[in-house]
Design a protein around this ligand. Structure first.
Ligand SMILES: [Zn+2]
Length: 149
């Protein structure tokens, strides 16, 4: 499966972000058996990308518990993942900023965000719908190691 990752104009295009996201997306999709022809991501900085809720409504974008972490754009089928999410990585290359944001031990935050967005991508539905909730449960169970926060 082709995984395409772009940077939003407001995000610092650090190669490490792309590397972290690529590895995790590959790992998660294989674990839960998620396949589409082309899976597209955009890395954004929640500080520079202000998302207007009215625009969101019109674009039919699904906002997770915290839209600062990631969201799915129904129109473009792109999954937006924030640098804040990627900074929670426990990537072996050791990010210089991991001291600022400590990942919670025992949970894989980035994987959980990706699974949430993949569920939107697959169902085209929001939280609280049967389609979303059923598939999300299935993905979380299928991923075994990923605990919900
Ligand atoms: Zn969500």
């Amino acid at each position: 499966m082709e995984i395409d990752i772009q940077y939003d104009a407001g995000a610092a295009p650090f190669a490490i972000y792309r590397e972290i996201l690529y590895d995790k997306a590959r790992e998660v999709t294989q674990k839960i058996g998620f396949v589409v022809n082309r899976l597209e991501f955009v890395i954004f900085d929640a500080k520079t990308k202000k998302i207007n809720s009215t625009t969101l409504h019109h674009l039919n974008v699904f906002i997770p518990a915290g839209r600062d972490y990631g969201y799915y754009d129904h129109n473009t089928k792109k999954i937006w993942i924030s640098t804040m999410t990627l900074q929670k990585s426990q990537h072996p290359l050791k990010l210089p900023f991991t001291k600022l944001i400590k990942p919670k031990p025992g949970s894989d935050f980035i994987a959980n965000v990706i699974i949430d967005e993949l569920t939107h991508r697959k169902t085209d539905k929001g939280h609280g719908t049967n389609e979303y909730d059923e598939l999300y449960k299935q993905y979380i169970c299928g991923s075994m190691g990923y605990k919900e926060d």
